[in-house]
Design a protein around this ligand. Structure first.
Ligand SMILES: [Zn+2]
Length: 379
């Protein structure tokens, strides 16, 4: 293979500096293009599914979001490295970052740096980056293209209460499918980015504390009392795998405080209210938009795995749950391949109570997600 590049052959006699400039501009374009190609998940930057658990559970190991402001700034990658969904190699790879690329580091978690490129939060190993004095123009351009002119912002708006909403056009809207104010069956309540849970709903529901032997990682777990017996029956039946509740109900009021605190903290970085709240929402779910606010969702541990990440899918506990959860009225809420419908990344640990085992089986046995089932069985 020839090491010489065409611009060095001297064919362009009009002047080396012009040729160099052409090559340089070409390289910048290639770099900008590479950013897009190497980050396939960022193709739909703001429509990119976020975890449903980005809501700072009261005390859950592995999901802390403490940041160290002193590390914040621009860095350059020293090698090609993976960009992951969380601070550790056990987290899903979201894309690959080439060597020599500039990234803006927002904070540190252990040996990992939290970064934001083109609107998505991700983590990279701190070992493969070195501080940079300035952000190279290519990355700045790419970032700006992704964050300030991205058309995906157009499907969001700020409502009369000052809360960021996602335009539900083209989506299943549960309230609209129960005409004349007909009551939605409590166990089928849909909570997602397009179907917020009403403020005050959870305060009208009786929550029941999960007995500590079924919540060995984080005590003080609560769920909707109406699903308690089915939950315990499931945990008992699967006790060979030591399945238990790691996190569960999170009060709307608590979520609300955390969310607006996050918005305040990011205010000086983002002036556009839609961008600001989108960024905040990537770290702390908007109140009413997490299924955990309803008391109908549980994040489960089992087989000694308490990581709340995709590795849970490799456990015997997970295999048992997938086979038996529907018998107790539970479903895997955020299956792989349904991210575009649920708006949430695959979460092997997050299970949802839907009540009737027949409904749960219709969902689990047919490879559906809750949104699809509700749409197919709309009122
Ligand atoms: Zn969850």
């Amino acid at each position: 293979m020839g090491k010489k590049r065409k611009y060095k052959t001297g064919k362009k006699r009009s002047g080396g500096s012009v040729a160099m400039a052409v090559v340089l501009i070409g390289s910048l374009a290639v770099l900008a293009l590479a950013v897009g190609l190497l980050w396939p998940q960022l193709g739909d930057i703001l429509g990119a599914p976020q975890p449903d658990d980005s809501s700072a559970p009261q005390s859950s190991p592995g999901t802390t979001t403490t940041t160290t402001p002193s590390v914040a700034g621009y860095y350059v990658t020293t090698d090609a490295l993976n960009m992951r969904s969380g601070p550790g190699t056990e987290y899903e790879v979201l894309g690959v970052l080439e060597a020599g690329k500039a990234v803006e580091v927002l904070g540190a978690e252990g040996g990992w740096y939290r970064i934001s490129l083109m609107g998505q939060t991700a983590y990279i190993s701190a070992e493969y980056v070195v501080p940079s004095t300035a952000a190279p123009s290519t990355t700045t351009t790419a970032t700006q293209a992704g964050t300030t002119t991205s058309p995906q912002y157009s499907d969001r708006y700020i409502d009369g209460d000052g809360m960021l909403q996602f335009d539900p056009a083209g989506r299943y809207v549960q309230a609209a499918s129960y005409p004349d104010g007909a009551e939605i069956p409590w166990a089928l309540l849909l909570v997602n980015d397009w179907n917020p849970m009403k403020e005050g709903y959870d305060e009208s529901v009786t929550m029941k504390s999960v007995e500590s032997k079924y919540a060995q990682v984080n005590s003080g777990q609560k769920v909707d009392a109406r699903m308690y017996d089915d939950l315990i029956a499931m945990l008992e039946a699967g006790k060979a795998h030591n399945i238990g509740v790691q996190s569960s109900y999170r009060a709307y009021s608590h979520q609300k405080r955390l969310y607006w605190k996050k918005v305040e903290a990011l205010k000086r970085r983002y002036s556009d209210p839609i961008v600001l709240q989108t960024k905040a929402g990537e770290e702390v779910k908007r109140p009413g938009f997490s299924e955990h606010n309803s008391g109908l969702a549980v994040d489960l541990y089992g087989s000694g795995n308490t990581l709340l990440n995709e590795s849970f899918a490799n456990t015997a506990a997970y295999a048992w749950l997938i086979e038996h959860c529907a018998d107790y009225g539970f479903i895997l809420r955020f299956p792989k391949g349904k991210e575009a419908v649920t708006g949430v990344v695959y979460e092997a640990w997050h299970f949802r109570y839907v009540g009737d085992p027949a409904v749960a089986h219709a969902i689990m046995d047919n490879g559906l997600c809750l949104e699809e089932y509700l749409e197919q069985n709309r009122k």
